[in-house]
Write a protein that binds this ligand. Structure first.
Ligand SMILES: C[S@@+](CC[C@H](N)C(=O)[O-])C[C@H]1O[C@@H](n2cnc3c(N)ncnc32)[C@H](O)[C@@H]1O
Length: 366
């Protein structure tokens, strides 16, 4: 058997190593390693506007793209080759020019697209920056709070989550909840708990001008960003952002309480459930958006589960462990586990109302 990957292992030397399986695992590693290294180049492209400039006005040579973006041609040339090798831009050997297909432009150059992905790479960068803290947490068993992470995590969360909310929240998630859209149209009081930089709050406020929204989060810097974004989006009069925890935010009588991708980050999700129940009108709705997951671990061992388990190891589980109770649900908690927590808070019903390949949307009723 040939040692195609140059690992130095041959069947004669290591009889228990299957050379083909080893080679195929090493090929997988090359793909993973390439993707990992490529991640930083996506950030460069996003920050310098390289994708946007390339997507506008047809194919370009490295010199043309460098001129358009006021960057160095030699760097841009190498960057373009890296992007082409990753399939993030398209190279035409005939002209020596680079371009973006409609799909590449849709995902990499259009911030308003529901599939805009560069935000994901800020999240990835934060994990590398915070890795030493996380490694230490494995030794001590202590948590690493949301606020202890690099600011790339907060930038990445807003940039990565907003497109999915823009694409789904008003068009399909809210309509999947019984009677919620009509209440929002008429004028409802809504809490967006664990709102971070307020992407979901602002999208809802723009869609339902008669409703009032309060965004709660315990992370002050995210709320400062949320207030700025609310002003920029012309909804500052309709939304407010207050520093408060999910288990004891002050206001009552909400028609809708929404938790977007944060219940599993909380130390005391059962305490939060109890508090939501007390803060809701008796005919109100609790909307819970959680990462997509299937019931059993083995059903989540796939590319989407890989993303979520990795983020959960480095962000969500440590964030929960840093808080009171420290339940550490993890980002792949099953529907049954979530149901148990929600019902323990005094809710009578809990159902998966809709889903996307990346999200589960639950409805809980008192
Ligand atoms: C993954 S982020 C999601 C942010 C936002 N909902 C979004 O979808 O963009 C999780 C958020 O939950 C917040 N959080 C975690 N535990 C909390 C708690 N006990 N009370 C309030 N906010 C909390 C964090 O500060 C963070 O902003």
């Amino acid at each position: 058997m040939k040692d195609r990957m140059g690992t130095g292992y041959h069947l004669q030397e290591a009889v228990r190593i299957d050379q083909d399986k080893l080679n195929s695992f090493m090929m997988k590693f090359v793909g993973d390693f390439g993707a990992t290294l490529h991640a930083s180049t996506v950030l460069v492209g996003e920050k310098l506007g390289l994708y946007k400039a390339l997507a506008e006005g047809g194919a370009k040579s490295p010199a043309e793209l460098a001129r358009k973006t006021h960057t160095s041609e030699r760097y841009v040339h190498e960057w373009l080759s890296a992007q082409a090798a990753s399939g993030y831009v398209t190279y035409d050997p005939g002209s020596g020019k680079y371009s973006m297909s409609p799909e590449q432009a849709f995902t990499l150059a259009d911030e308003n697209s529901p599939a805009y992905i560069p935000g994901a790479f800020y999240l990835a960068a934060s994990l590398f920056k915070d890795e030493a803290k996380l490694t230490e947490a494995f030794r001590t068993g202590k948590g690493v709070g949301w606020e202890e992470h690099s600011s790339d995590l907060f930038i990445g969360t807003e940039k990565f989550f907003r497109p999915a909310y823009a694409g789904n929240l008003v068009s399909s998630w809210l309509p999947a909840l019984e009677g919620v859209v009509s209440r929002l149209k008429a004028g409802a009081l809504v809490a967006d708990v664990g709102c971070g930089a307020g992407a979901s709050t602002i999208i809802m406020a723009k869609a339902f001008p008669k409703s009032k929204f309060i965004g709660y989060d315990y992370h002050k810097p995210s709320l400062e960003q949320a207030r700025k974004m609310a002003s920029q989006n012309g909804v500052a009069g309709q939304v407010s952002f207050e520093v408060a925890r999910a288990q004891d935010y002050p206001q009552r009588n909400f028609d809708l309480v929404a938790f977007f991708d944060c219940l599993h980050d909380m130390g005391d999700p059962a305490g939060a459930a109890k508090h939501v129940r007390q803060s809701l009108k008796s005919d109100g709705t609790w909307m819970i958006v959680e990462p997509y997951a299937n019931e059993k671990l083995e059903e989540n061992l796939n590319p989407v589960g890989r993303v979520y388990f990795s983020a959960s190891t480095m962000i969500c589980t440590p964030a929960s462990k840093a808080q009171e109770v420290g339940l550490a649900l993890g980002a792949q908690a099953s529907d049954s586990r979530l149901r148990q927590i929600v019902l323990s808070g005094g809710f009578k019903s809990f159902r998966r109302a809709t889903e996307t390949p990346f999200n589960r949307v639950f409805e809980a009723k008192p």
